[in-house]
Design a protein. Sequence first.
Length: 84
Amino acid sequence: MAKARVRGLEGLNGLLRSDWETIISQACLGRENTYIATQYFLEGVLQVDIGAALNLGRSTISKRLPQILDKLELTAKKLGYLNH
């Protein structure tokens, strides 16, 4: 399986996997979006493969990612992983 090129993580680069796991679990994303975040940001799975696993199209995954990332950034700020 090919690896995804993850974009949009400028402020969150350099975090440990355990930090990411904490942020994702604390973000209250819901089951599907938590799966999407884990697969895309931690595992580097392609959007098309995530969509196939959830019986969704790649475009649906693509449309959800910005909202997921916003919640992850907000949670990271609340948890003290981001300073701004």
